[in-house]
Design a protein around this ligand. Structure first.
Ligand code: 3H9
Length: 680
């Protein structure tokens, strides 16, 4: 039984129990409807409380039912029955009252929430809108402005804020929630019933409010269909009756639900959770307690990594070789925290608390009692090996030794220690305090305990982790190299760098390869002593065009770092291409897109074949959280599934003559195309 009922002093207490998050599955909806029917017909029932056991009130509709044939009762119908009941209904909210769960609460006549709990309508993050009356009832309770924010952005609010907004009538201590709800229900017996749907007093708004809201959030909403649909639905609430508003909401919901974007975003929801599971590591693997972390290298990467742990309340010992570099590293960490405080994201006290957890030092020996040490030194095998063999002699047995390498062979690094089972790759992405992705690189000998601990830690510091096997560049950079190779060829064949960038930005990425190169600095990996004008990039570096920091790279930059196409660079490329014997030609946007992205999909297929990634959806998670792949396109493998592996294969065969030397089509791609299968 998912839904139990009991009558307590005239109050029918209806309790759902559908772990883990009390999703409103068919069984729960049926149970709730039956309970409402009992309340309607049983004269012993004078009022109703709707509550949940377990960790949360309903956290939404059951997403696993989406895309399957709907089963009555539908959630909108159930909520209508709740609202129509002529006995007071109180919803008792705890945990995370989300989506359809909040819509149930909006249909109830009163809402009482556990202090510290959260409420929200996150459907937009799944490419949807609240489809069970949320877009019509929420603005009636909290006003248009607050409702627009909650619905179109999807971020939850605290119960305390919800009370201020009028969404929640009362707060209760978490352990007194159920009793308080029953008391409130009893108090309301015989009172006029306040139905959210019948209210209109908060609906008036300035006509321009909707456009202004869309404009103010244009960057956040770029490329996404759902936020605009959310805005339209809320607008309908202000313009029509509840009944018509609900019809508009339903039509928009159905349109989104059957569209590609929501399919992609729902895929990502489950992909992110699947990525947290390592198939051959048992759930109950003992973890290594990590109460103190060491970081070697106080540069951009080491500093960012350090901040993750300080922010999570874990003390960090930060090692540098020179006092100057150490001071600079510490100052940058402080500066970053203070910038967050200036934006109101942290209090001054939180800044000081984080900084107090930091121990800067020049002595590697200070790492001896750390439970985890992460190395973020120069990306050269020789240096990494030196660091690890020293760590091996310093750090206590059982501690985790991690490298932040983005390309190098983790097994080779591990082999320099007497404990390869303790060595793992923790590949953070820059800026490491902000980017969500963490590639956990599993060496041939990395122990289960180290992997399971790394997974737990990533969650603790707010990262989305994906396990990768050892190969050059791991999952993300290995695929990126394919894209970069084609981008370099395309500009020699006749495309302009800004055309290449424009095509990717139009596709939904935040920037293209040449904008990215300018941002990172063209001189990364460039050696002034050995440079020989052998690539366009080398020539630009030799000319002092090192990217944004020199106000010139592939683009010219103004004082505000705004890039404009450079006629000079066009000339450099044309001359280089001529010398190298390229026949220049017009290249269509479609060819640019196919040449950049199809080889990435092909590489992804090889990564799967070789067992470097556990599953296709892991590759999608890497690209969405680490490289800005648009979430509404689900990741490269999901995208390939949507357009069809056959399309990708045919495209690669069409471009075969122009693809990089040694390019090979993956057996998995060919097979998937030929059988009409899918990667995901
Ligand atoms: C909606 O409501 C539409 C309506 O407006 C209209 C309908 C007509 N369904 O995240 P966790 C699973 S749309 C099914 O690791 P946490 C999840 O996959 C919905 N399953 O836990 C995972 O499974 P597994 C609007 C769900 O504590 C397990 O539960 N609601 C659902 O870190 C644990 O999840 C949302 O979008 C679901 N709704 O976070 C809320 N939710 O163990 C989505 C979770 O097999 N959910 N699962 O991997 C969340 O944001 C988080 O899960 C939550 C808990 C904050 C609740």
């Amino acid at each position: 039984m998912n839904v139990n009922t009991q009558i307590t002093d005239g109050v029918l207490v209806v309790v759902s129990d559908n772990p883990p998050v009390n999703a409103l599955s068919y069984a729960v909806r049926s149970g709730l409807l039956a309970a409402i029917e009992t309340a309607r017909t049983d004269p012993a029932v004078k009022a109703v409380v709707i509550a949940c056991d377990g960790r949360t009130f309903h956290a939404g509709a059951d997403i696993t039912e989406f895309g399957k044939p709907p089963q009555a009762p539908s959630l909108p119908d159930l909520i209508e029955e709740i609202e129509a009941l002529d006995k007071p209904v109180v919803a008792a909210l705890h945990g995370t009252t989300l989506g359809g769960g909040l819509e149930v609460a909006l249909g109830a006549h009163y809402r009482i929430a556990a202090a510290g709990s959260k409420l929200g309508l996150p459907e937009v993050k799944l490419g949807l809108l609240p489809g069970a009356g949320g877009t019509q009832r929420l603005p009636r309770l909290v006003g248009v402005e607050a409702a627009l924010g909650m619905i179109a952005k999807g971020d939850p609010i605290s119960a305390e804020t919800a009370q201020d907004l009028g969404l929640v009538d009362k707060l209760a201590a978490p352990d007194a929630l159920r009793d308080s709800a029953i008391a409130l229900a009893q108090e309301m017996i015989g009172q006029p019933i306040p139905r959210t749907g019948a209210r209109t007093d908060k609906l008036s708004t300035d006509r321009d409010a909707f456009d202004a809201f869309a404009k103010a959030n244009a960057r956040r909403f770029r490329g996404l269909e759902a936020p605009q649909a959310c805005i339209e639905a809320v607008k309908a609430a202000t313009e029509t009756s509840l009944e018509d508003g609900l019809k508009t909401e339903r039509a928009l919901f159905t349109q989104l639900m059957t569209g590609d974007q929501s399919a992609a975003l729902r895929h990502l929801f489950f992909a992110e959770r699947a990525a947290a599971k390592i198939d051959d590591v048992p759930k109950d693997t003992p973890r290594i307690p990590v109460t103190k972390v060491g970081v070697i290298g106080g540069g951009t990467m080491g500093g960012g990594i350090t901040m993750n742990f300080l922010s999570a309340g874990v003390p960090v010992t930060l090692v540098e070789r020179e006092q100057d570099a150490l001071d600079r590293g510490v100052a940058t960490i402080r500066k970053n925290y203070e910038a967050s405080a200036a934006k109101g994201r942290l209090t001054e006290q939180q800044v000081e608390q984080a900084m107090a957890l930091l121990t800067p030092t020049l002595e590697m020996e200070a790492l001896s009692d750390c439970d985890l040490v992460i190395e973020a030194v120069f990306e050269l095998m020789k240096i990494k090996k030196e660091v690890f063999s020293r760590l091996d002699s310093i750090v206590k047995p059982g501690a985790i030794l991690a490298t932040n390498t983005s390309y190098l062979n983790v097994d080779e690094i591990a082999a320099t220690t007497s404990r390869p089972e303790s060595v793992v790759g923790l590949h953070f992405f820059s800026p490491a305090n902000i980017m969500k992705l963490l590639e956990i690189v599993r060496g041939a000998k990395t122990s289960d305990a180290v992997l399971a601990t790394a997974m737990d830690l990533s969650r603790k510091i707010g990262k989305v982790a994906v396990v990768s096997g050892v190969c050059d560049g791991f999952i993300g950079n290995r695929m990126l190299a394919q894209r970069q190779g084609e981008a370099n060829s395309l500009i020699l064949e006749g495309a302009k760098p800004w055309d290449v960038d424009r095509v990717l930005v139009k596709f939904g990425l935040p920037m293209g390869p040449f904008q990215m190169a300018d941002l990172a600095g063209l001189d990364i990996g460039w050696d002034p002593d050995t440079t020989a004008s052998s690539t366009v990039r080398e020539i630009l570096c030799e000319e002092g065009r090192r990217g944004q920091k020199t106000q010139a790279g592939f683009y010219d930059y103004d004082a505000n770092r705004r890039g404009v196409p450079s006629a000079h660079v066009e000339e450099v490329i044309a001359q280089f291409a001529e010398k190298a014997g390229y026949a220049r030609r017009e290249i269509t946007d479609q060819e640019i897109l196919e040449r950049l992205l199809y080889p990435m999909v092909n590489e992804g297929a090889k990564i799967l074949d070789e067992g470097i990634a556990q599953r296709a959806s892991d590759i999608d998670v890497v690209w969405v959280y680490g490289y800005g792949w648009p979430s509404y396109r689900g990741g490269p493998m999901f995208w390939a599934d949507q357009i069809g592996a056959k399309t990708v294969l045919e495209g690669l065969e069409r471009h075969a003559d122009r693809l990089a030397e040694g390019f090979e089509i993956s057996a998995r791609l060919r097979q998937t195309a030929e059988t009409g299968g899918a990667f995901n």
